[in-house]
Design a protein around this ligand. Structure first.
Ligand code: APR
Length: 239
């Protein structure tokens, strides 16, 4: 069985990270457009760098931990990778820029929207881990130019690893989406694509979403509970 999982901000909500579209559409008290577009970075770099520095500090503060949903996905990955048959494959794609999947034990993660604990240099294109605050004046560890930006895919920018994602969606048997509202393209279109290629599609969310109609099944509830039950059932089912 080939499984593709897509996660969004909802899976990290129970770990204490805010989702994007709760709180009247404000993300950590900012409009997403003010901190998550190339224009925002150009117009108000101080705000944008500070915003991601704050989020990174929060993520690494020691107060934010992976919850059972992150851990259950790691368990499922281990289970599937431990099966003999080459027809089994597990792929985890996340829109989240936090590192809770890694810390929950997942090994192979596609961060399609980038990651908070890293930089991208606009001079030499290097990408690397960066756990500290940085600004437009910080020197790149690779080329020494002052050209670092948060390694975050902003609106209007192309998500990462789309070629790999496209392949995985075409060949999967099961596509699950966990804690994402279906507002942001292209991730919101994955369900239709996977379904067109024959996958069974399952959504996990607190409520119905904009794209629920495209799923074969929507499982309502907190993902820490619903994902655990689903993984238990899947593993016990002997697949
Ligand atoms: N369990 C399951 N679902 C939950 C939970 C929970 N405990 N808590 C919240 N949710 C659901 C909400 O009902 C909502 O549908 O998670 C979803 C979060 O939606 P958004 O805030 O829109 O986050 P997401 O879909 O990940 O946003 C996509 O938008 O701003 C961009 O790049 C950013 O990656 C982000 C993208």
């Amino acid at each position: 069985m080939k499984i593709v999982i897509l996660t969004g901000a909802g899976i990290s909500a129970e770990s204490g990270l805010h989702t994007f579209r709760a709180d009247n559409g404000l993300w950590e008290n900012h409009k997403v457009e003010d901190v998550c577009t190339p224009r925002a970075l150009e117009k108000n770099p101080t705000l944008v760098y500070e915003f991601y520095n704050n989020l990174r500090r929060k993520l690494n503060s020691g107060d934010i931990h992976p919850n059972p949903a992150h851990k259950e996905l790691a368990r499922l990955e281990d289970h599937i990778n431990g099966l003999d048959d080459d027809n089994n494959e597990f792929t985890l794609i996340t829109q989240n820029v936090d590192n809770l999947h890694e810390r929950g034990g997942s090994k192979a993660i596609i961060h399609m929207h980038g990651s908070l604990n890293s930089y991208r240099c606009t001079a030499c294109n290097s990408v690397g881990e960066y756990m500290e605050d940085f600004t437009q004046d910080t020197s790149c560890p690779h080329c020494s130019e002052s050209a670092l930006r948060p390694n975050i895919v902003f609106f209007e920018e192309m998500p990462l690893m789309m070629d790999v994602i496209d392949d995985k969606l075409r060949s999967c048997d099961i596509f699950c989406s966990i804690g994402t509202s279906g507002n942001v393209y292209p991730a919101s279109g994955f369900v239709r694509f996977a379904k067109e290629y024959g996958a069974k599609t399952i959504e996990f969310n607190l409520n119905n979403t904009l794209v629920s109609d495209f799923f074969d099944e929507t499982i309502i509830g907190e993902s820490s509970k619903t994902v655990k039950k689903w993984v238990d059932d899947y593993i016990q089912g002997g697949s």
